[in-house]
Design a protein around this ligand. Structure first.
Ligand code: HEM
Length: 198
């Protein structure tokens, strides 16, 4: 067997999987924050508040996998070479796994996040698990943390009307918002002072 290495395609794939997923996660998280001003206020006060987007898993079915051998999972016989799809979206909203699953409560992650991604006890699988888990998870965590912190710390955010931000979900391997987020923002007073000193 010959394997053809195509660096251009690899770079394109990395750029695509790395940017769509991170951008969508940031958009979902900002939408959640705009619908929960109390959490937004808390996030501004606590710069280390963890805001994982569990409710709106941006890769809701992970990527298809294939069983390398016959096996039995949860009483079901799975023959070799079966395509396996993990429904992360359903796991993240399962009341048997999460207390009050559909509420946006970032504080539920305090403590749970300390041991790295493998320590989530198979509850939070936004990046998959095991050998084929997302290799960009560490980078994505850091980039999303920095971007969200900058957006929250540097700007005042408001919804465009009294109505809550529409959280309907579109379809795609990376789950988009059905209606792109529109919000109002203005730079915070502290930022204007800082910028005027540059
Ligand atoms: C919020 C951001 C991201 C999310 C939610 C995400 C999620 C995922 C998921 C669920 C998988 C499949 C895991 C599985 O099926 O078990 C995956 C695979 C992958 N991700 Fe990410 N990802 C993100 C960011 C990134 C970034 C920044 C990069 C690279 C710069 C990246 C590169 C990849 C690659 C190359 C794979 C395929 C790995 C393989 O098949 O062995 N991802 N990602």
């Amino acid at each position: 067997m010959r394997i053809k290495f195509e660096p251009e395609r690899s770079v394109q794939t990395l750029l695509s999987v790395g940017t769509d997923t991170s951008a969508a996660t940031i958009e979902w998280t900002m939408s959640l924050l705009l619908n929960h001003p109390d959490v937004l206020k808390k996030a501004r006060a606590e710069t280390n508040l963890i805001l994982p987007s569990r409710l709106y898993s941006t890769v809701p079915l992970l990527l298809p996998h294939e069983s390398s051998d016959d096996t039995t999972i949860g009483g079901y016989h799975v023959p070799r070479q079966t395509m396996l799809v993990v429904n992360a979206w359903a796991i993240h909203r399962d009341p048997k796994v999460w207390d009050d699953p559909t509420s946006f409560k970032p504080e539920r992650f305090e403590g749970l996040m300390k041991g790295g991604h493998e320590a989530y006890n198979y509850k939070f699988v936004q990046f998959g698990l095991g050998r084929r888990a997302c290799p960009g998870a560490g980078l994505a965590d850091r980039v999303m943390g920095l971007v969200l912190a900058a957006l929250i710390q540097c700007f005042e955010w408001e919804r465009i009307s009294e109505e809550e931000v529409d959280m309907s979900q579109g379809t795609g391997i990376t789950m988009p918002k059905a209606k792109p987020l529109e919000a109002m923002c203005k730079s915070r007073h502290s930022l204007s002072t800082l910028l005027s000193q540059l």
